[in-house]
Design a protein around this ligand. Sequence first.
Ligand code: INS
Length: 644
Amino acid sequence: MSRKSSDNDYSLRSMSNLMGERKKKVTDDGERSLIKAPSNASINSQAVPASAATATSTGDLEREARKQFQQDLTPAFVYVLAAFSALGGFLFGYDTGVISGAMLLLKREMNLSALWQEVLISSTVAAAALSALAGGFLNGVFGRRVCILLASFTFTSGGIVLSAAPDKEVLLVGRLIVGLGLGIASMTVPVYIAETSPPHLRGQLVTINTLFITGGQFTASIIDGAFSYLRHNGWRYMLGLSVVPAVLQFVGFLFLPESPRWLIQKGLTQKARRVLSQIRGNQNIDEEYDSIKNSIEEEEKDCGGDGPVIWRMLTYPPTRRALLVGCGLQMFQQLSGINTVMYYGATILQMSGVRDDKLAIWLAGVTAFTNFLFTLLGVWLVERVGRRKLTLGSIIGTCLSLSLLAIGFLLSAQHTPPVTLHPTDPSIVNSTCNRHLLCEPCMLDPACGFCYRENSTALFASSCVPVNTASTEKAAWGRCSNSTQLRVHTYWAYNYCPTSYSWVVLLGLVLYLAFFAPGMGPMPWTINSEIYPLWARSTGNACSAGVNWIFNFLVSLTFLHVAQNLTYYGAFFLYSSLALLGFFFIYGCLPETKGRRLEEIESLFDNQLCSCGATDSDEDRQVEYIRVKGSNYHLSDNDASDVE
Ligand SMILES: O[C@H]1[C@H](O)[C@@H](O)[C@H](O)[C@@H](O)[C@H]1O
């Protein structure tokens, strides 16, 4: 395909960039312009024919732009690509979410010790961390499409092994296989979506992947609730159902194309042109093609050097900074405690005073639904307010609501009921339980639980007794060891204390998700998919996804121990302080990437790291991308107000 030149076929982007630059220079009164013209501006401007160059007023240009913009429809194929890729996100959410409900049945049926339960839960996360790191290499060598096919094949095999597992050892193998799929999918899918989307939709489409993650977690909680009534083999359905979306994705990707950027990088230019035409509909793809090609050539010159990609990334300042920002975002996402809520939702709700097991499982479903619903808000906001403001607003809200959660637990602890009955059973003499005089320390001791009676106004006859080692649902002996007694106003509280402050915790939890889900949930994935130049993209995403899984593993594995040592309010104050640290990090180091082409973003990391807070005013320049015959160009917000 050759570049067609006609009177109307001119590149408006470069003109508009220049106009933007000029306008900004005037308003900034000589201040350094923070938005650079794209590196290929010179190429574009060469293509500006006399008719356009002599256009005397910006009005002509804008009118032409509006006309073209209205004619411009994003081909539906881009959405199909994003939806099939995001099934990887759905599986990510489903497989991480489903295990908590499945575990309730598994531990009974397979007689699992606490250690085996922990191993089965965390093995998947650990395997995901390793395979996300390896995914960088696989992506670079085999391409995004092959990696997604590999991930869906792995998910399918894992699902089959899990649903047919005869014993816990095979279950462990299944969970490890699923983890391998998770790691690869989590790092490849955002990159693939970002590379195939047009710039004005990129943020939204990558954020949809996180919407699918939270949708997967929500679906898992519904499936868990529904099959929890099937005491025998219910877990087989829970774990096995993931095969359905995995097969769907595998079959879909047999027909979907490779990322054009990867193809160009590998020199498969004809194929890349075909894919670009396919995903850009009938628009002219010449400029996008040239721009990708030029930037690959420039990048090769710039980053120079030999050696492994990670080494080149670390020794080249812009990519080193991008990597720090990407990994930092993923680390703070996990350190702000999302997976304590997602994996231990039912337990946290019980700790806040919800007594019934089944009710707690369903309420955990409500938590997952809230996460999903507010991620939807993020999809809506990301192209409107931009990544930086959305992430900053989200983390500050997350930090405050974590404090509220902590205050809820603190109030419960301060008004914790006393132990009034001290049983004389000889087996308690050697136990730590008879030392506790209040419910709070008794509840924090993993060997004990709180057994009490209640009438309509008060608690009475409360004791701290050892837990049954085979099942934490009852005491080792006494009133609370007997299921018939437990039904008639005698209650067994393991891991929580009865309290009248549960509403504060519930409010904190809902606010936490409402703030976390639109920003801190999706933005680390979205931003990572766009901040690295092509040569470093797979490795950058592999590292940051690896960091995400490693911190996911650390936080979820240590949550109960942290709570035991620091108390529940201490744990949530800790997460809140970590979120506050995250706020300063993001405020200082995260530049705005909204509306820029992937090829332009590298220049945002030319400056010193952590100087972004000082350049916030730059964000006021809103960028609106408009495609004219294969060209993207932007107008300022005011200019484009009626083109939306
Ligand atoms: O972005 C996602 C999402 O927020 C999920 O709810 C969470 O479980 C994942 O760990 C996180 O990476």
